[in-house]
Design a protein around this ligand. Sequence first.
Ligand SMILES: [Fe+2]
Length: 341
Amino acid sequence: MKRVSIDKLEPGIELGKDLYTFDGQLLLAKGTVVTERHLERAINLGIQYLYILEPSGEVVRREDFETMYRRGLDAIKSCFLEVKLGKPLQEEEIVGLVETLVEQVLDEANIFRQLRLMRDKDEYLFTHSLNVAALSILTAKWLKCDAETIREAGIAGILHDMGKVFIPQEILNKPGPLTPDEFEEVKKHPLSGYNLVLEYDWVAPAVAEAVLKHHERLDGSGYPAGLTGDRIGFIARLVMVVDIYDAMTSDRVYASKQTPYKAADELWDESFGKVDPKVSKVFYDRVADSFVGQRVLLSNGEIGEVVLVNRSCPTRPLVLAGDKFYDLSMESDIRVERILD
Ligand SMILES: [Fe+2]
């Protein structure tokens, strides 16, 4: 099977794998002989590549999530390190990675669980950038954004913390609270990242804006400029929510990770006034959905399995431990202590 740019294809070729729209609808099944009309429709939907069968008919399996993730991490690492050395930001690497991510993320049944298994605190800047890209793509899809916005959300995710390459390592990796001076240094990264991406015309204005404003908050309490909501665009709002979630659920050098439930709860609390409630609501609901079937440790010491999400209270699910059901929406003194991988 090979991946071919859609504008190079002629009608009559056979599809090598199912083709989905950006909102997850099956457009054409694997094996379909593509007509002129199919191609037109795919182009109108913003699809850029198709997988076609080689003449032998042999289908090459797409790489698994872990391989793609490791490769993505290497790409981000080399791009960031090159920028640090004063070399140009590689458009091909970044855009290629986002295209792969868009395909993988839309195919992946449970990206939250996958991402939990892939963390590495020593490489936090790179894993965080990749995770924020994957989750921004997914969140944009849940919010029914068009193909271009989904792609921009992915690029913004990768680039949002790029300015951190200019922060001294001893501050970035400090295993404790920062001094006020050190925090001032960290607070420079949105502006230095923004100045950097402005040099490239392939970085869309909405993406550059997200790099600059992902630490702003809608009530004006963020940095670097203390802007209020009316000055903060959609992609910046989206990356803002995903950035908070990924930071809270990661092991960092200065803080241990929290459960996705606790992170989603905090995110929800923050949403009153600080982050976009439409974005955080979608996130809050989907995080809860994705942990159904997961083994968890409860705060009473029992191990159980999440069996059902309470719609009115998504982060307090129904858990089956042994032969006993715990409805955490009713049992306020018991919570999910840890997700067991
Ligand atoms: Fe940041």
